[in-house]
Design a protein. Sequence first.
Length: 278
Amino acid sequence: MAHNSGMSSDPVDGGAPASAPAAAAAPIIFEQPLNERMRSFLRVDFLYNQAGFHHQSPSHWGSRAAVSSLLDILAITTRADIRADVLKELERQVSLLNEFQSRPGVDQNRLRTVISNLLRLRADLLACGSAFLQPLKDSEFLAAIRHRSAIPGGTCEFDLPDYYFWLSQPAARRNETFAQWLAMLRPLCDAIAELLWLTRQSGRPRTEIAHGGVYHITFDRDAPVQLMRIALPAGSSIYPEISGSHYRSSIRFVTWNGPADRPRQAEGDVSFEITCCT
């Protein structure tokens, strides 16, 4: 609804139009996973976004960075059955959300949309089968790059002439190949992105004080925390170092004085915003 303030914004009335206040800079958010599953989800999501970003670059340097991110995702999925973890978490979230259907005050349309989306992501991931990434893992082309990447500077043109030849192709051709690789990852990574969004939405931020730059927190064992988020104002000269588990954690705020100086613990009290996500 529009409100009439009784003041004209027309410049012909002799007054200069009021300038809109500058938007406040978004806070810096530090996330700390509190179990191995959440740690893997965050890493895969980070690498998938990084691969997608560099994939858009027309330069061969962008293609190199995108391939590096892709290989890191494959390394994570080789060490652990991420697909099974994602399916379990999707089922857990659907079960939790179904409990809200009988509660008053809940936006039922939005709830049904979220549940439907989770069920679709689960169906897509199940349809892929457990060997959905096998074509990427069996690729001799990618395996050679992965092997040589363990050597500093090991992917030079004289080390991998086939890789150099591929990088020399037009950007459109490289992007077409990489898009096919990303498509194999999409069912997994889309599900992870949705689960991370739900996890972040599960907590409510509150303001706390770290006396002398240190803050300790103990979590409710009946509602295990999976992810802790610390928000600090943009332009802040401090950052948190977080350690602990899903039972208890410690946060130490450290002053940033540039890469050449050794970080020091903040001496005064630090006000910050914390969100514990289940």
